[in-house]
Design a binder for this molecule. Structure first.
Ligand code: PMV
Ligand code: MG
Length: 332
């Protein structure tokens, strides 16, 4: 067993947030290549270390390290051995997705889960497919009682723009007790992950509000407002966005994202904070579209801009509103 170095990135929702919490609904999610790194090396005893914390741990339960420890436990299940019987290693994780103690909100908890499993699988010479990596990561979060759609994991695993259709996590969680690990991994969970090749010409921009918010808290507050009408209308626009991205149809992309943004705004006033409202309004009158991304209530928003002038003005407006440009890329 030699030294291993592995990376994972972040993700941001373009569309379908909240709706995708309902099984069978689709979200479109974009990878963000701001990376975390894991290094694994053989060691005399198991040690886990992350730059999120100023202390290292072993497998003695620790709240800060719960995600990493549960990911280690998942790999042990895959190896069909208790953690204590595995050749010991030292795992060190760096590149926390934050600045001055404020998280970016681009999926650090999902990223650290995928990262740990990917790194240890490589360390133990297991070759696992992307689909398996997604299932193992989802399984890990389900064991911890996570209430998310797992769309973040799908995007972080595939590292491509994806359309993710969610599975029934409640049904799967109840199976955790009834079925063996092997049976669960062999089952069809009923999700779908489609990688999207877009022909859209645009600048893709990420604006960071520097206002951290817990998605789990937002989900708790907003979930009861999700109606059949919201789901149907969002799904319709997500599918039309998917078509528009493929066709490179700027006006249809803009139209779908505007409607999805309005649907989110009417779902709960907690989603569009003052800063996210400014982020969105910055696209007004421009050949561009901007919206809140993910749970909202802070974190990030995204924009697609179809003209260099629009990009320039939008970025200027964001700066004036105190919104940091976290990431930018050109779609051709
Ligand atoms: O804020 P984010 O990027 O973690 O996205 C949350 C998206 C939700 O649909 C609200 C929750 C989920 O897990 O899908
Ligand atoms: Mg968020």
């Amino acid at each position: 067993m030699s030294r291993i170095r592995v990376q994972t990135g972040g993700k941001l929702y373009l569309a379908g947030e909240y709706a995708v919490l309902t099984p069978g609904q689709t979200a479109i999610i974009q990878p963000i290549p701001i990376k975390m790194t894991a290094q694994v090396s053989p060691s005399s005893r198991l040690q886990l270390q992350s730059d999120m914390f100023d202390y290292a741990v072993d497998m003695t339960p620790d709240q800060g390290y719960a995600l990493i420890q549960e990911s280690v436990a998942t790999v042990a299940e895959l190896l069909e051995q208790p953690v204590a019987d595995l050749p010991p290693f030292q795992l060190s994780i760096s590149g926390k997705l934050e600045k001055d103690g404020n998280k970016f909100g681009i999926g650090s908890s999902g990223s650290v889960t995928v990262l740990t499993i990917k790194a240890l699988a490589a360390f133990y010479n297991l070759s696992i497919s992307k689909d398996q990596l997604f299932k193992l990561s989802s399984y890990t979060l389900l064991k911890l009682g996570d209430k998310g759609s797992m769309g973040d994991l799908a995007c972080i695993v595939y590292e491509e723009l994806i359309a993710y259709t969610s599975f029934d996590r409640l049904a799967l969680s109840s199976m955790l007790l009834e079925k063996s690990f092997k049976e669960l991994m062999a089952m069809d969970w009923g999700y779908e992950i489609v990688t999207l090749k877009t022909n859209l010409k645009a600048d893709f921009l990420v604006g960071w509000t520097a206002q951290p918010v817990l998605s789990s808290q937002m989900i708790r507050d907003v979930k009861s407002a999700i109606s059949v009408n919201f789901l149907d209308q969002t799904q319709q626009q997500v599918l039309s966005l998917q078509t528009a991205l493929k066709a490179g149809d700027q006006q249809m992309v803009k139209y779908s994202l505007e409607i999805i943004s309005d649907l989110l705004a009417s779902l709960s006033p907690a989603i569009y904070t003052d800063k996210l409202l400014l982020l969105k309004k910055a696209s007004q009158g421009l050949d561009a579209v901007a919206k809140s991304s993910g749970a909202g209530g802070g974190d990030c928003g995204i924009a697609l801009s179809f003209h260099p002038n629009a990009t320039r003005i939008l970025k200027k407006r964001w700066q004036e509103a105190g919104i940091t440009i976290l990431y930018q890329e050109r779609w051709e």
